[in-house]
Design a protein around this ligand. Sequence first.
Ligand code: SF4
Ligand code: SF4
Length: 168
Amino acid sequence: MAITVKTLPRPEAESSYVRATLKGMALTFQHLFAKKWTMQYPEQKAAPDWQLSKRWRGTHRMAVDETGKSKCVACGLCPQVCPANCIKLVAGEDEKGNRYPLVYEIDEFRCVFCGYCQEVCPEEAIHVGVHYENAEYAREGFVYDLARLTRQSHEVSSLWDPADPRGE
Ligand code: SF4
Ligand code: SF4
């Protein structure tokens, strides 16, 4: 594609900026009376016409069974599929041959919140959650161990559903 130069002629007569200024002021005043979109975070976290999507993929949460034990059976699928390599799993086995996680940690700082761990889990144990307030003062604070993951109580993400691509 050829590059062309467009020459704009200078205005002949002296122009006044009053009209442009008035136009700008009118626009400003118009916004004074328009609907406010600012939210007073952190006191206010949702509004009737704005809330976090149910598909939001945030802080993880580990599901527990009726006895309060983690549902994870240490199958190893989630660390295998994790693209950020941020899940640490050390599997153990009880006297009946049932596998369970001796160590299960997720580094939320390295996680890219793809949700693959939730999708692949055969026990529906690990979930990404509808939660984002996980700031920390030190990097170590982002490594969530099993106890911390099971303590999380926020809503879990519903992820993307091919039957409902727009999430309505
Ligand atoms: S959400 Fe993705 S990146 Fe994060 S722990 Fe799960 S699989 Fe790994
Ligand atoms: S995929 Fe589920 S059951 Fe398997 S190790 Fe991960 S959390 Fe545990």
